[in-house]
Design a protein around this ligand. Structure first.
Ligand SMILES: Nc1ncnc2c1ncn2[C@@H]1O[C@H](COP(=O)(O)OP(=O)(O)OC[C@H]2O[C@@H]([n+]3cccc(C(=O)O)c3)[C@H](O)[C@@H]2O)[C@@H](O)[C@H]1O
Ligand SMILES: Nc1ncnc2c1ncn2[C@@H]1O[C@H](COP(=O)(O)OP(=O)(O)OP(=O)(O)O)[C@@H](O)[C@H]1O
Ligand SMILES: NC(=O)CC[C@H](N)C(=O)O
Length: 559
């Protein structure tokens, strides 16, 4: 006799998939394909991630009744599928009833929605803004799935202090299954492990953590789903940055449940992890927004070189066009380095000289500018001419312009509005210059899994070794107007990531006048950053949602 309460084995397929926000039909199709796969593998249950049917984060889309209706219809359709006796499904969806609007999960089995649970703890810090669009759910109880009492805390429910996991344990949950939409930042996998371990220790229950995959605007969801058993051992670990479904087997043992099989994948570290995040975020932005190809200005400098490498790795060389736009200050070295880089990457390389258009602008302005000194205006004209030409190529061929400014220069406003700031998306927006160097060196040695680019030195070593220069006037280098990048980056990390006081930064050995100047530049460049293209979030504090400073701001920290 097999009664449900005697169930001793549970096979859970964990689907770490890449949904698209707003593509309800596409996400439903992905859920169905995953369920078919799970059925083939003999799973009892398919676990999908937070708000899978809408894509995460759906932001203000959930304020549209038509969108919520479409999501609900998709959940009902998927529930109907489960009448076939195959795997049940846990899937995230946004829902509304007379009491409010919720970030919810549905449990589907035997042709029906057998339970719905709402997220209690709505994150409202950093990149998250969930209190804006969702109401707090009621404290959940476990769901009885084929005789097993499952606790389903949704993402922040396992991070926060509201006691959701404890409540689930006290009300009889036997396993905790947590659907997540957890974005990448450097070192996040370890942090998630610690968060989950804390809940495992507090509840005495095993916890399965399933995370979404893929880029959504500035965020990268890196997957890396895993579980800890109640004895605090890592039961399985899925890969990071890869869309995958894994079967895990759970056994009833000594009064509790133990996960005794599942994959054990390697988690990449440091440069590899950051590079792969840039790649995935860039690829998904371009593909999910329907661009067939991209174009970028390749200057012979390191920023555009690494952007070209990321673009080729993400899209393949035939979808990337590099354009060298030389002016009279462009050196022979730059011409050679840019050509070598494009050749190493195997992508199309055009040369469009800007002497004639810049001369045209200057001649049009000659009367207006009569009696004035030549300076930054004329320098910016070079950058703006390049920006205009790249946008023309974009319009003509439908290619998205890749923006190439790193976090160091975006911090201090070292970029020209409507010039090199033109473009749709920036793969290195959240990488300081020293990190750009580190990732470039790494990429010259390794090709990440799934990358479409070639092996070998794709960023010629001369580009890495030479002094960075914008070449907007003769013999110019970045260091003429900025401190050396190791110094600049340290000061910026203190100011931006750590919100340190200037006195504290000076105490680290920096020159006070330099620290004050960098702080000033950081504040006065806020207006530029507000007009800048989105780009991949890599740090805990990107210039997007994570750091929200006023543009009009007279505060300067003088101790
Ligand atoms: N608070 C504010 N709110 C709104 N608008 C404001 C503003 N402050 C200035 N502005 C406007 O912005 C204009 C100045 O901005 P913008 O025209 O961009 O020019 P600007 O910031 O003055 O100059 C661009 C800087 O970037 C450097 N650069 C350029 C290109 C490439 C690189 C590189 O190495 O990658 C470096 C260049 O050497 C220079 O230091 C002003 O003329 C004014 O109209
Ligand atoms: N001669 C050029 N040909 C093509 N694109 C250029 C050229 N000069 C600048 N650009 C574009 O403008 C961006 C800003 O470049 P700039 O040379 O001013 O300094 P940078 O920030 O050090 O970038 P890079 O390291 O790529 O040179 C470049 O990344 C590139 O996309
Ligand atoms: N979607 C969420 O609730 C995510 C919040 C959580 N702190 C995370 O970053 O993973």
């Amino acid at each position: 006799m097999t009664s449900e309460t005697e169930k001793t084995t549970l096979r859970i397929a964990v689907a770490q998939l890449n949904p698209t926000v707003g593509d309800v039909a596409g996400n439903l199709a992905k859920a169905r394909a995953a369920r078919a796969d799970a059925a083939t593998q003999g799973a009892d249950l398919l676990l999908l991630t937070e708000l899978f049917i809408s894509g995460y984060p759906p932001e203000d889309l959930v304020l549209k009744p038509a969108f919520l209706k479409a999501c609900r219809r998709a959940i009902d359709d998927l529930a109907t599928d489960t009448a076939d006796g195959g795997p049940g499904v846990i899937i995230g969806f946004p829902r509304q009833d007379e009491t409010g609007r919720y970030n919810a999960v549905a449990v589907l089995d035997a042709g029906k929605v057998i339970a719905v649970r709402d997220k209690v703890d709505l994150p409202n810090y950093g990149e998250f803004d969930e209190k804006r669009v969702f109401d707090q759910g009621a404290m959940p109880g476990p769901v009885n799935f084929r005789g097993v009492r499952l606790g389903i805390p949704i993402c922040e429910d396992i991070w926060g202090e509201l006691g959701v996991c404890e409540t689930l344990a006290e009300s009889g949950a036997e396993i905790l299954l947590s659907p997540n939409g957890s974005p990448y930042y450097r070192g996040k996998v370890d942090i998630r492990h610690q968060v989950v371990l804390k809940q495992v220790i507090e509840t005495g229950l095993p916890l399965l953590y399933a995370n979404q995959l893929g880029g959504q605007d500035e965020l990268v969801f890196d997957g890396a789903s895993f579980a800890f058993n109640a004895d605090k051992t890592l039961a399985f670990q899925m890969s990071q940055f890869e869309e995958t479904i894994a079967l895990t087997t759970w056994k009833r043992q000594g009064g509790g449940w133990v996960c005794d099989s599942g994959p054990m994948s390697r988690i990449p570290e440091r440069e590899e992890a950051d590079y792969r995040a840039c790649l995935l975020g860039f690829r998904d932005y371009v593909n999910k927004n329907g661009f067939k190809n991209v174009v970028l200005g390749l200057s012979g400098g390191i920023d555009s070189a690494i952007c070209a490498a990321i673009a080729v790795d993400a899209l393949g060389e035939e979808r990337v066009r590099c354009v060298m736009l030389p002016y009279r200050y462009t050196s022979e070295d730059s011409l050679k380095d840019a050509a070598d880089c494009a050749k190493a990457l195997g992508c199309r390389y055009d040369i469009v000289p800007i002497e004639a258009p810049v001369t045209g602008f200057l001649s049009a302005l000659s009367e207006t500018f009569e009696g004035t000194e030549e300076g930054i205006t004329e320098e910016n004209l070079q950058s703006r001419t390049r920006g205009t030409i790249l946008m023309a190529i974009s319009n003509k061929f439908g290619s998205m312009v890749v923006t190439t400014g790193n976090k160091s220069e975006m911090s201090v406003g070292y970029a020209t509005l409507y010039g090199d700031m033109n473009g749709g998306f920036n793969p290195i927006k959240d990488l300081y210059k020293m990190q750009v160097y580190a990732l470039s060196r790494w990429r010259n040695q390794y090709v990440p899994p799934g990358a479409l680019g070639p092996t070998g030195e794709v960023i010629p070593h001369n580009i890495i070794d030479k002094a960075p220069s914008a070449e907007l006037r003769p013999n110019q280098t970045d260091q003429d107007s900025l401190p050396p990048y190791p110094v600049l980056d340290d000061i910026l990390e203190c100011l931006v990531e750590l919100e340190m006081g200037t006195e504290e930064i000076v105490a680290r050995g920096h020159d006070a006048a330099t620290v004050h100047r960098i702080e000033h530049l950081l504040y006065i460049a806020e207006y530029k950053r507000r007009q800048s293209a989105p780009g991949v979030k890599i740090t805990r504090k990107n210039f997007g949602r994570d750091r929200r400073y006023p543009i009009t701001n007279r505060f300067r920290d003088r101790g």
